[in-house]
Structures are given as structure tokens and as C-alpha cells.
Design a protein around this ligand. Structure first.
Ligand code: IMP
Ligand code: MG
Length: 178
């Protein structure tokens, strides 16, 4: 499958995304109150979401960035998670909030939750994903927070890429079947 800009159909507009981000932030503000949070952005896909989300969070917060990759090429999940850079500070006793773009098979989410819980005794570890593609799930992982449910579509934009492209779109789109 090849994806061209002119083939893209809008799934979520910029306004819908921004509204959802605010709703998620509100839930987190209510949950964490004034407790410190370490927000971990999973590069590269979650970058737009993480930046917009943290701007709406009110508790004392630190940001960390890690880089993982699971998709080799194209639109088919390999199921193998590759840690490109997973250097993190001491997370013992911290409230850890992992921020991802999408949970698809769940391999990435599971890898990260296991990695953190095996290496640290955190105060809490929560997983937040903008998108949840439940139909593709092959692991028993569920995000603690998610923005939108999507069906079996390969989506791009707002951080999500197709072979590295389209991360800069303000909306989330998918290739319409023509
Ligand atoms: P999982 O490990 O299969 O859950 O896949 C998670 C990762 O695959 C995400 O962090 C994305 O980078 C990528 N991914 C999964 N579905 C899509 C999609 O529809 N568009 C773009 N990237 C995707
Ligand atoms: Mg990703």
C-alpha cells in the first residue's frame, strides 16, 4: 500500500483532537491533583500529542523522551519492539505517565509497561494513548487513558507516520479505499 496526500480522508479534525486532548488532561488533572508526574513521551509518534497534552496539565511535571520502533516498513506491524533509546532517570516512587500515539497490537505498550515495572518500583505507572485500535490487539494490555477508538485503519498525521511522512499534519487521516 502506498499513501499519497491526496488520498487522505480526514478521520479526526484538528478541533476534535484538541478538544479530546483537553478532556484527557482534565481527567488527569483530577486524578493526580497536585502530585508530581513524570511524563514519558514515546518518540517519534507521540510527540505532537505529548506536547499538546502536557500544556494542559497542571501538576508539577517533568518530561522524558524515549525512542522505540516497532513498525519496520509500510503498514504491517512486525510485533517486535526495538528500543532505540530508552535512557530514563530513576523512576522509583514516581508517578509515571507513558504517552503514546496509538495502541495497535499492544506489543509496544506491553514492552514499555514491563520495562518500567521490572526496572523501577514506581508509585504508579499509567499508560495514555491518543488512539486505541482494539481490533488489532494481541496482548492483554489496555491503556489507562485513551482519546479515540479506531477500527482497522492505518492512520497518519498528528505525529503518526507512513514511512516517516505526514507526522506534521494537524489532523488524523486515513487512506480511503477507492
Ligand atoms: P503496537 O506495538 O502494535 O501496539 O504498535 C504501536 C506502534 O505502531 C505505534 O506506536 C505506532 O508507531 C505504530 N502504529 C500502529 N498503528 C499505526 C497506524 O495506524 N498508523 C501509524 N502508525 C501506527
Ligand atoms: Mg509509536
Amino acid at each position: 500500500m502506498e499513501i499519497k496526500l491526496e488520498d487522505l480522508e480526514i478521520l479526526f479534525t484538528e478541533e476534535q483532537i484538541q478538544q479530546k486532548v483537553k478532556e484527557l488532561a482534565e481527567k488527569m488533572n483530577n486524578y493526580y491533583k497536585n502530585e508530581e508526574v513524570i511524563a514519558i513521551c514515546v518518540l517519534k509518534g507521540a510527540v505532537m500529542f505529548a506536547i499538546d497534552l502536557v500544556k494542559n496539565l497542571k501538576m508539577p511535571l517533568k518530561m522524558e523522551f524515549i525512542r522505540l520502533s516497532s513498525y519496520g516498513t509500510g503498514t504491517v506491524s512486525t510485533g517486535k519492539v526495538h528500543a532505540v533509546d530508552i535512557s530514563l532517570p530513576d523512576l522509583n516512587d514516581k508517578n509515571v505517565l507513558i504517552i503514546e500515539d496509538i495502541v495497535d497490537t499492544g506489543h509496544t505498550a506491553k514492552f514499555l509497561m514491563d520495562f518500567i515495572n521490572n526496572n523501577f518500583k514506581t508509585k504508579s505507572t499509567k499508560f495514555c494513548s491518543l488512539l486505541d485500535k482494539k481490533i488489532s490487539r494481541v496482548t492483554d494490555i489496555e491503556p489507562d487513558y485513551y482519546g479515540f477508538d479506531i477500527d482497522d485503519k492505518f492512520v497518519v498525521g498528528y505525529g503518526l507516520d507512513y514511512e516517516g511522512y505526514y507526522r506534521n499534519l494537524r489532523y488524523i487521516g486515513y487512506k480511503a479505499i477507492v
